[in-house]
Design a protein. Structure first.
Length: 322
């Protein structure tokens, strides 16, 4: 069945996920949706020093928002911050150096952030695709640690802060690649069988969709969404998927096109008129499963994922300062 899923996904991708797919979809966008002033609202964007994260942060800054950039690399982050301030004239841009693959570091950051700032919108954008199995200093498989556990811990830790504010939102940048994966809770750290970084990444992205759906059920006063940016020309795509990039580079979306739906979900009033927990592409909710693809999982597996991530997260919380 995997060959079928991969083929259908790729054909769908050529039609919808490329630059021409964005140009076609954008004919139906209402420009007024994002022509808003968000001064006084606070946004946190992970992985904000390049690619879709930086493009998102820049667009929010243009609209007057206070933007917290959460980045791993201090030098690149400083450059990105300078660029955003210069281009937008917005001085309310703050930098936090955090490795989203390090759970203890995330807990420590979140505790400090909660004491010093307010937060209206959390944008989980940081991600990685490591093509060979690599463990972090905590013994966690790196893709899982960054894409799934890091997203889980940061969101969970900041929920109390979000709940204090008006119109709180959580947006997670996933991928259409998740359509080729069924949730697999038996091997969260990809220790069994042959390691395929692209498929591990796709599995993590499926997990992010499940997380969003589960959070939406549990936290009714926060609007949760997850989205696919399409196939965009970002540094991450160039480094992690060089063959794909070479084949597709003339058809890829720009970073700003990839970020468009993130920005729409973060600032527009239209986004929150739709139910919480949906998966979006080009400002529209879309299906989380391909037809006939057998990627549905039983509810108990989805609940078990949440339990397992909570166990992981608490283990690291107990050893962190604060």
């Amino acid at each position: 069945m995997s060959w079928y899923r991969n083929t259908v996904w790729f054909v769908k991708g050529l039609r919808e996920y490329t630059r021409s797919g964005y140009e076609s979809a954008s004919k139906h966008f209402n420009p007024d949706d994002v022509e808003v002033n968000v001064a006084g609202r606070s946004f946190l964007v992970t992985g904000a020093n390049s690619g879709i994260g930086k493009a998102t942060a820049k667009e929010i800054a243009r609209r007057g928002g206070t933007v917290h950039l959460v980045c791993r690399n201090k030098e690149r982050a400083e450059v990105a911050k300078g660029e955003i301030v210069t281009e937008t004239g917005n001085q309310n841009i703050f930098l936090h150096i955090v490795d989203i693959s390090n759970p203890k570091e995330i807990w420590k950051f979140a505790e400090k952030f909660k004491n010093e700032h307010k937060l209206n919108v959390l944008i989980n954008n940081a991600g990685c695709m490591v093509n060979n199995r690599e463990l972090t200093e905590d013994g966690l498989e790196k893709n899982f640690a960054t894409n799934t556990l890091g997203t889980y811990i940061l969101t969970t830790a900041l929920l109390p802060l979000l709940e204090k504010e008006a119109d709180p939102r959580v947006i997670t940048v996933s991928s259409g690649g998740m359509l080729v994966q069924k949730l697999n809770i038996s091997d969260l750290q990809s220790g069994n069988g042959t390691f395929d970084g692209t498929m591990v990444y796709a599995q993590n992205k499926r997990q992010q969709v499940v997380l969003t759906e589960q959070w939406a059920k549990a936290h009714r006063n926060i609007h949760f969404s997850v989205m696919h940016p399409g196939w965009a020309d970002t540094p991450a795509v160039r480094s992690s998927m060089p063959d794909f990039y070479q084949k597709m580079k003339n058809s890829l979306r720009t970073e700003a096109q990839g970020a468009d739906t993130v920005v729409w979900l973060a600032v527009s009033s239209e986004a929150t008129k739709l139910p919480s927990g949906l998966f979006f592409q080009d400002r529209q909710p879309v299906a989380t499963h391909l037809p006939l693809a057998s990627t549905y999982s039983p509810p108990e597996d989805e609940e078990k994922l949440m339990e397992m991530l909570e166990e992981f997260s608490q283990k690291f919380k107990s050893t962190s300062p604060g």
